[in-house]
Design a protein around this ligand. Structure first.
Ligand code: NI
Ligand code: MN
Length: 226
């Protein structure tokens, strides 16, 4: 399965011929200035929570692509009021079968408000299960004991975890999160974008390899296979 990283917590995965874009925050990210937003034509946009560094480019990309938004009820409704009609609301613990595979919305320990300050529901993460691969995107979250429930139901091929500290868990805790979800291949997100979350890439990779795990840190615009 092919994943392309667009900086911060934004990435795209091609699943059974459908393009899934997660947490688009590109135009406001100086590090992602070479990414051409107008070229993005996802079929679905999945949003972990309402914070601007996860939804800033949803309106533009949603309107140019006609993508269906998948997020919690409140985030979906907010974008509905912005003229994005195709959407699928979810909430914690629920799963839904889409044409590319099954999505489960799981909890994250964080907060969620929309860019205008209105209520953004509760933050979450996604488990995407398909006949090819299964992956987990944690969204913005602390390390939680709840992550231990995930491998009871899903065998993950990739875990996409925040590693930048300050607003989310840090590298050491992300290594433990990978243990909790029983996945040895991790894509790190939510790092380097602003001063609070700058990391040492070498030290981060070593922290994972010391525990027999692999940390992928693709360049912005780079694709990885998993
Ligand atoms: Ni956030
Ligand atoms: Mn964030």
């Amino acid at each position: 399965m092919k994943l392309t990283y667009y900086g911060h917590s934004c990435f795209e995965v091609v699943v059974n011929g459908k393009i899934l874009l997660f947490d688009p925050f590109i135009s406001g990210n100086e590090l992602a200035k070479d990414i051409d937003i107008s070229a993005l034509k996802p079929d679905y946009i999945l949003l972990s929570h309402g914070h601007a560094d996860h939804v800033a480019d949803v309106e533009q990309i949603g309107k140019q692509s006609g993508a269906t938004i998948i997020s919690n009820f409140e985030v979906v409704n907010w974008f509905g009021s912005k003229g994005i009609e195709k959407s699928h609301p979810m909430n914690h613990g629920g799963s839904w079968q889409f044409d590319f595979g099954t999505v489960k919305y799981v909890n994250a320990v964080h907060s969620s408000s929309m860019p205008d300050g209105s209520y953004g529901g509760n933050p979450g993460g996604f488990i995407v299960s398909t006949d090819e691969k299964t992956f987990y995107f944690a969204g913005d979250t602390a390390l939680t004991m709840d992550m231990q429930l995930i491998p009871k139901f899903h065998q993950l091929d990739l875990a996409i975890l925040p590693i930048g500290d300050n607003f989310t868990m840090d590298i050491k805790e992300a290594v433990m999160a990978a243990d909790f979800v029983q996945c040895n291949k991790v894509l790190g997100v939510h790092y380097d974008t602003f001063g609070f979350i700058k990391i040492d890439h070498g030290a981060a990779k070593k922290a994972f390899s010391d525990e027999g795990k692999e940390l992928l840190l693709p360049a912005i615009g780079e694709s990885v296979e998993f």
